[in-house]
Design a protein. Sequence first.
Length: 262
Amino acid sequence: MRYSNEEHDAHARTFDRDGMVLLKRHFPKETLSRWRQAFDSILAHRLQENATAVRGAHRHYITLPFAGVFADECIFCDPDVLAIVERVAGEDPVMCQLATDTPLLGSTYQDVHRDTPALFDDVAETPSFQLAVNFPLCDVTADNGPFETSLGTHRMDAEEALRAYLAGQISLHAIPMELGDVMIRDVRALHRGTPNNTDSPRPMVVIGYSRSWYFRPEVHIDVPRDVFQQLGPRAKRLLRYMPQVDDAGTVQRGESYLKFAY
Ligand SMILES: O=C(O)CCC(=O)C(=O)O
């Protein structure tokens, strides 16, 4: 654990205000380099098979197999990340998503969007219930498609937030990230992907954590039984609602998470 209770509280306060918090140089670069190596061959294979969810021109969403380097509880059970997740989205969360967003050369600006609708039509200002923990598998600069987000729109009415954005009252901030940086964000904040103008893919991992009672049918993680057996109690608890399967599912046929913008 890198941070004290007081520092976790401070990060949670930043999150409450902004809808996101950035942990600088948090995950080991060596671990992420191994993820990158493994990811590059998955990307090549999935592009060849047209088996990605397309999120805009030359922009691909790909679920990672829960196996090998990716089934790493040092990452998805990171105690600092979970301490902040629990402060903002309640105790005993569930993990429901392990995937990547990768803009390639030729990608464009996405429309500004949220990743989920509000829980209730007439009540925008609910506490957080769906978080994305994002970390890139490379440095992210102005050139290769930095994530752009508004600050403080996560508890606004969706239409009101969009109106304020279109009226120029809310601005977007590009988030440059170094390999190892981790962003925890409320997926209701207005945000967009930006163009990657380099010829190197910019993979951004997304781990989804939800409130203990929240179910997202659009995503899941196939957890091989043998991998599950090797996990510690905290990891098993996080994955308690995920289907267990016989094989690692490394050859996934495609993506079912198709509607992503609200
Ligand atoms: O990859 C990015 O920078 C953002 C992607 C995104 O917001 C999405 O596809 O919903």
